[in-house]
Design a protein around this ligand. Structure first.
Ligand code: ASP
Ligand code: MG
Length: 436
């Protein structure tokens, strides 16, 4: 059984929803995971924000505008009076719920209920549409099987235990529809897998039911070997290993939610990235195997801040790095790149919310220097130590650009350099022409 996930643009209009059956084959047993219609989750975030700041008038205006959009969608999507009526009831129900928070105490718990409405709407409306055109399908409520633990980690065994019997209830049914993104947390509250989390849902379901394949349908033909907005002649990467995909997912064009690689990897479920606009295109296949002797892709991430802590106390001392890392842990700030010398350590972060506090605390251990506006350039491929020469080729290609940090040897499939963001375009282009 396959799992197919369609992102917000793939269900972004009535016309788009109607075209899904060009891709979804109702003769095959499969689970279809849908995101909210594009733009909806952003709108729901704004609505929640308005409530959180107690701006009820703004919330009401935002809700009314979004509701009009959905009313226009069902006018186009649902042509029969009875299914149209059902669509109307669904919209009324969800928007009444959104409006009801004007009278309630509003906390982050209610905010997450608001965020969940996008996927509930898209899946329910699509389910009604399938009914109208006579395609049998079952709507599976993700809130019944998608669950996270105390650390907000999804529980694959729970999916297996809850979803398998649900599927067994319908032995003759081919098409199952469910919501991406949403889940229940350890307290049983409605929660979510964070922005872009529908990919993660698909991978988790794939793992939970030991699916033969997970397909992520977006609006680009797979992962490219460089940033197509910056470099011309980029190509989709035909095949990636899970490790390579995990490195790349952190960078790049938000094609794949970074965490979504891991459940598929653990249960060896192949993941295919495919393009709704061009369903015949090969896309990118992510599996356990890595092609040898190849550089696969170059990716960049902006908005990186480098922090250098220099201290003679680091020399021959133990426990120094632990104390430094603990500062970041206290402020829940994740570190991306690290390089060390005997008397200094440099590391990078992309979340600068607590930079002031972090800098102040690090001051206790040595002198601290901050460099903002940097970009990590990551080259992914077969960097196993015996393939000497690849690292040299990377450095040779960028020898005319000042490099702030280099990270090599952290894994067999990645080499990263930190450069000023103003040099990023030059670095991406130069690497592309020398490496491919
Ligand atoms: N609708 C959610 C979001 O916009 C989840 C997703 O689309 O993957 O973040
Ligand atoms: Mg996405």
């Amino acid at each position: 059984m396959k799992v197919l996930k369609f992102g917000g643009t793939s269900v972004g209009s009535a016309a788009r929803m109607q075209k899904l059956l060009d891709i979804v084959n109702p003769q095959e047993r499969q689970i279809v995971v849908l995101s909210a219609m594009s733009g909806t989750t952003n709108n729901l975030v704004e609505i929640g924000q308005a409530y959180l700041t107690n701006d009820k008038a703004k919330a009401a205006t935002l809700i009314a505008t979004l509701k009009e959009k959905y009313e226009a969608v069902i006018k186009e999507l649902l042509k029969k009076p009875e299914t149209f009526e059902q669509g109307k009831e669904v919209i009324d129900y969800h928007f009444r719920l959104l409006s009801s928070f004007a009278n309630d105490l509003f906390t982050p718990i209610e905010d997450k209920v608001i965020l969940a409405q996008g996927e509930l709407l898209s899946t329910t409306l699509y389910h009604i549409y399938l009914k109208e055109i006579g395609v049998p399908s079952v709507l599976l409520p993700a809130l019944e099987f998608m669950k996270t633990d105390e650390d907000n980690e999804p529980i694959v065994d729970h999916i297996t235990a809850e979803l398998t019997p649900l599927l067994e209830k319908y032995p003759d049914m081919n098409l199952f529809i469910t919501q991406g993104f949403i889940c229940r947390n350890a307290f049983g509250e409605i929660d979510n897998l964070r922005r872009g989390g529908s990919d993660y849902t698909a991978s988790l379901i794939g793992a939970g039911i030991r699916s033969e394949e997970v397909q992520i349908w977006t609006d680009i033909d797979g992962m490219h070997n460089n940033d197509p907005r910056i470099v011309s002649n980029t190509k989709p990467i035909a095949q990636l290993s899970f490790d390579e995909a995990a490195e790349l997912a952190y960078f790049g064009a938000k094609i794949l939610h970074p965490q979504s690689v891991f459940p598929a990897q653990k249960y060896k479920i192949p993941v295919r990235l495919l393009n709704t606009m061009d369903p015949q295109a090969a896309g990118t296949l992510i599996t356990n195997t890595s092609e040898k002797d190849k550089i696969k892709s170059i990716a960049a991430k902006d908005g990186i801040t480098a922090i250098k802590i220099q201290s003679s106390r680091m020399l021959l001392a133990h426990g120094f790095l632990r104390r430094v890392f603990e500062v970041f842990e206290r402020y829940r700030t994740s570190i991306d790149m690290i390089t060390t010398s005997e008397v200094a350590v440099s590391l990078t972060i992309d979340d600068t919310t607590y930079l002031g506090e972090i800098t102040a605390e690090l001051g206790a251990y040595g002198s601290v220097d901050i460099d903002v506006n940097h970009s990590i350039i990551c080259v992914v491929g077969d960097f196993a130590a015996e393939k000497h020469g690849y690292a040299a080729r990377v450095l040779e290609a960028i020898k005319h650009v000042p490099v702030r940090m280099i990270s090599y040897g952290g894994s067999d499939h990645n080499m990263s350099v930190l450069v000023k963001t103003e040099d990023k375009v030059e670095v991406l282009r130069s690497l592309h022409s020398r490496l491919f």
